[in-house]
Unconditional design. Structure first.
Length: 66
């Protein structure tokens, strides 16, 4: 099921990153390292996002409440 509302407030996420109050899961880190990214690049990408980039979210097949 497709939803047209992002789950998280992007400005809040950026504020947490700016304040160095975030964590990156090991799973996420392994995945982006495998794609050739490093921590700094991923944070740079997140900080460059705008709300328009988060135009929809997709429900998981396992749980439609997510």
């Amino acid at each position: 099921m497709e939803k047209r509302v992002s789950h998280y407030n992007l400005d809040s996420i950026k504020e947490l990153i700016s304040a160095n109050q975030y964590f990156i899961t090991q799973s996420a880190r392994q995945d982006y390292f495998a794609l050739g990214f490093n921590d700094d690049k991923v944070l740079e990408i997140i900080m460059s996002l705008i709300n328009k980039d988060l135009y929809k979210s997709m429900t998981t097949y396992h749980d439609n409440k997510i």
